[in-house]
Write a protein that binds this ligand. Structure first.
Ligand code: BES
Ligand code: ZN
Length: 898
């Protein structure tokens, strides 16, 4: 495939020359069918072996397909096909294909963007070697980039130049990329494990180039990690990253030319929070890791998307785990999985990790394909062990390097390389819904046994094969420990009896067992258990299930696990369970109250309250004294989000009441823990004084603890002055955002809050990324003052800082409102829902992918009380009656399903 691009001002003219031959066995009469988006791409000509084809007589274009009749093709052998097209990248507001972002030409071809450039078999199993020549104006586009190696530069006179790139690796067109513009660049290098030197370059707008250093370091760490953990060495002499402001997604793994949303590249002490730094490192890793899992081995078709995405998310998670705190990363990932993927799985949008059908593949870059897909890969890892997993992974490459394959091929490699029976793990690819796992433990004092009966149930879901009777028991790895009265893990010495043919694997110290549940119900009996243990079940969250334990662990048992469990994940889980049960009781009590005020909620009379507060205060003090990992502490002390509580208690939940109950909980907690919180804050500040800013473990976890303390104190009404001082004194974005967040904690801080918000906007208005932080916070706070939420939102949209065409700004503002502003979005007059619908409609006309990504809050209507269900369904009906893009139509029509 040889591509020639002429980029002239606002116009692009292309000539695509490909060598094609009829596959063996394909009938002589079969036509050649190419994809092409006729509404965007103007066809200038089609030639076979140099001869122009005549429209209608020799080819036809219908429904975005070009069909070249068999008579127009040679009877046998290879032929040359030339397709010439023309289009206007500036008019490409969908940001799919070739478009312009801040004056720079750039591409996004996954999944089906290449068809907006030229007519081509736009499917991942059609692979070719691409050569790309770009011709452009020297002044407007001094930088000309594509995949692979630069093989030729030409000066064409007339202030024009050309660059020709050749990528020696065969690839599908979704991995094609082109960038042309006036960009600045930083360069470094990486020496691979075999001693080859790779040039690393990061391109960004001139004004941003001094914020690319952290991304460069992240890339080097990722390259090294993939060599060490998976033995994978980079396979070209050049690796480029380009940061652009207008991008629908986070980043894209185009071969040797990754294109990134600038928010995931640019970072400095002043502009980025610690969370952003960590996110940048993991996304740089993710896209780099695709070079093998995605590019060298790609997907046969888009149903296999999780083959590359689930696997690569697992790899980027492990990258972060290996470089930072494993437990804290695992906790954060599970928190996200439960809050977001479990919610998707419980909604009408539920689908299996390998979907059965789709209208627009863009809609299937979902939490299920990504996060549940990564959990599925993690289950292989848990079941086969690190070495067994690596054997399977190596076999996968031995068999399939250079091919376009399926999740079945991955499964077979894993299974063939190991002796463990994992057959029923495969069902996780085809069955939607989060399994419920019940664990019932019985201790027999006389027999000295602990018998654990595990039962799995798969819920019915709305996808094609979603009926409950279609669902079969899956292989679920359940990691278990038994904690003795001394607080130590009991040794599970070999003698474990279980029903059926499933087995149990012990870790080296024999303190954790992985039970392989393969039937609906099985009992695992541990022998030689001399005293009644407290069970620690699903250690490390060994499977993405909803666990219930019977008999329910008491508050004292949970506190015991919180203090003693050797599994840091389950220690965190214990703290969450106590907080959750207090919150659930309060939410249930107040759910139906139509006029609930925060002050009506009294959590302090809950039977577990005093013990919980006591334990947390102890943890705060230990963290302050440096006796506990502060980053873990921040997780352990944070209580479940409102959205999580709503999900737990659905259906029939009044979201605004849930929000008020949670606020009251935080406020009460802060009042009781005030002295400890203030001491934590003072200690953190004292430690930081005079220290040069670094993004390293100790500093990041100190800032996390400090932020937690500040946020909690912010819920108290008389600390506005202190918070506003903290805002002004902040020397980095983490502290700045912590102060702003804390200022939102109580209405009494309104004056200080508004001043700080104005100051922040004034400072960052012209920064396309940092201003999104303001948009997100402003959206979450809309309606907190005297102006109605929706009116405030409209006022924000009218400001210069907002740009409806920029996905980051749209996601920040609308996502910040629908996801972060409970009283505003769920206002009981329906105004929040109507507002979001209006914005979805106007965005859909500009950028269907972006609109559709913000539509999922409406798919959650079933969670809420009758009144809100009615209001949300009315908006869904209104949207359905409008003229929608296929993208938004698919989401809205599915969201309607009962
Ligand atoms: N291949 C995707 C980017 C993509 C997604 C392109 C959807 C076209 C449509 C990329 O590897 C990716 O997964 N990016 C994520 C970030 C990642 C760290 C999970 C993204 O863009 O959100
Ligand atoms: Zn990816």
């Amino acid at each position: 495939m040889s591509l020639n691009f002429e980029l002239d001002g606002d116009e692009a003219t292309t000539r695509a020359t490909s060598k094609i031959s009829r596959r063996e066995g394909v009938d002589r009469s079969a036509p050649l069918v190419l994809n092409g988006k006729a509404s965007f791409v103007e066809l200038l000509g089609v030639y076979v072996n140099g001869k122009a084809l005549v429209n209608e007589a020799e080819f036809a274009i219908e429904n975005d397909l070009m069909t070249i009749k068999s008579d127009a093709l040679p009877a046998s052998g290879a032929f040359t096909l030339v397709v010439e097209t023309k289009f206007q990248p500036v008019k490409n507001t969908e940001l799919s294909g070739l478009y312009k972002s801040s004056g720079t030409f750039c591409t996004q071809c996954e999944a089906e963007g290449f068809r907006s450039i030229t007519y081509y078999p736009d499917r991942p199993d059609v692979m070719s070697i691409f050569t790309t020549r770009i011709v452009a104006d020297k002044t407007q586009c001094p930088v000309l980039l594509s995949n692979g190696n630069l093989i030729k530069s030409e000066d064409l006179g007339n202030n024009k130049h050309a660059a020709t790139w050749m990528d020696p690796w065969r690839k599908p067109c979704y991995l094609f990329a082109l960038v042309a513009g006036d960009l600045a660049m930083i360069e470094d290098k990486f020496v691979t494990m075999s001693g080859r030197e790779v040039a690393l370059r990061i391109y960004a707008q001139h004004k941003n180039i001094d914020r690319c250093g952290f991304a460069m370091g992240s890339l080097q760490r990722a390259m090294k990690w993939d060599e060490e953990r998976f033995g994978l060495e980079y396979d070209l002499d050049l690796f480029n990253i380009v940061a652009v402001d207008d991008f629908n997604m986070g980043a894209m793994e185009n071969k040797s030319l990754n294109i990134f949303n600038s928010r995931l590249v640019l970072a400095s002490q002043e502009s980025a929070t610690d969370a952003t730094f960590e996110r940048i490192e993991s996304v740089i890793g993710h896209e780099y890791f695709h070079n093998y899992t995605g590019n060298r081995i790609t997907c046969r078709d888009w149903f296999q998307l999780s083959l590359k995405e689930g696997l690569t998310v697992f790899r980027d998670q492990e990258f972060t785990c290996d470089l930072h705190s494993r437990a804290v990363k695992r906790i954060a990932d599970v928190r996200y999985l439960r809050a977001a993927q479990f919610a998707e799985d419980a909604s009408p949008l539920a689908h299996p990790v390998r979907p059965e059908s789709y209208q627009k593949i863009d809609n299937f870059y979902t939490l299920t394909v990504y996060e549940k897909g990564a959990e599925l890969i993690r289950m292989y890892h848990t079941l086969l062990g690190r070495e067994g997993f690596r054997k399977g992974f190596d076999l996968y490459f031995e068999r399939h390097d250079g091919q376009a394959v399926t999740t079945d091929d991955f499964f077979r490699a894993m299974s063939d390389a190991n002796s463990t029976d994992i057959e029923k793990l495969k069902l996780w690819y085809s069955q939607a819904g989060t399994p419920a796992l019940e664990a019932a433990g019985v201790y027999d004092e006389v027999a000295k046994t602990y018998a654990l009966t595990l039962t799995q149930t798969l819920p019915k879901t709305n996808d094609v094969n979603g009926a409950a009777e279609n669902k079969k028991p899956q292989l679920i790895p359940v990691s278990i420990g038994l904690v003795g009265a001394d607080g130590k893990d009991m040794v599970l010495s070999g003698e474990i009896k279980c029903e059926g043919d499933s087995k149990v694997t012990l870790n080296d110290s024999k303190t954790t067992a992985v039970c392989r549940l393969t039937d609906k119900k099985q009992t695992f009996t541990f022998k030689g258990i001399n005293s009644k243990p407290v069970p620690s079940i699903l250690r490390g969250f060994s499977a993405p299930v909803k666990l219930t334990i019977t008999p329910e662990l008491t508050t004292d048992e949970l506190l015991f696990l919180l203090a003693n469990d050797s599994d840091e994940f389950n220690r965190w889980e214990a703290s969450q369970k106590i907080a959750t049960s207090i919150l659930h009781r309060a939410c249930r009590k107040h759910n139906a109250n139509e006029s609930l005020e925060e002050s009506d909620v009294n959590v302090t009379s809950d039977p577990s309250w005093a013990k919980y507060v006591d334990a947390c205060r102890g943890i705060i003090r230990d963290a302050t004294a440096g006796k506990l990992d502060r980053a873990w502490v921040e997780e352990a002390l944070s209580f479940p989000a409102t959205t999580q509580l709503i999900q737990d208690l659905a259906p029939g939940v009044n979201p605004v009441n849930t929000y008020k109950v949670r606020k009251a909980f935080a406020h009460s907690f802060a009042l009781e823990a005030r002295a400890d919180l203030e001491a934590a804050l003072a200690t953190c500040d004292a430690e930081a004084a005079g220290l040069a800013y670094e993004v390293d473990g100790p500093q990041v976890s100190r800032r996390a603890l400090r932020g937690y303390a500040l946020r909690m104190l912010g819920t108290i009404g008389d600390v506005g002055g202190m918070l506003s001082t903290a805002y002004s004194a902040a020397q980095n974005m983490t502290d700045t955002v912590a102060a702003l967040g804390a200022l939102c904690g109580h209405d009494n801080h309104a004056t200080h809050k508004n001043a700080a918000f104005d100051d922040f906007l004034h400072k960052w208005e012209d920064d396309n990324n940092v201003s999104c932080t303001w948009l997100r916070m402003a959206a979450a706070e809309a309606g907190a003052g005297d102006i109605a939420a929706v009116d405030e939102m409209k006022a924000i949209m009218a400001r210069a800082v907002y740009d409806a065409k920029n996905p980051n700004k749209f996601y920040s503002l609308i996502g910040g409102f629908a996801g972060g502003n409970v009283p505003g979005f769920h206002a009981d007059d329906g105004s929040g829902y109507a507002f979001v619908s209006d914005v979805l409609l106007s965005t859909d006309a500009i950028n269907p992918q972006a609109a559709s990504r913000m539509a999922s809050p409406f798919a959650k209507w079933r969670l809420y009380d009758d009144k809100r269900q009615g209001l949300m369904k009315a908006q869904l009906q209104r949207l359905l009656a409008a003229k929608l893009s296929p993208n938004l139509f698919e989401i809205i029509s599915k969201a309607m399903q009962d």
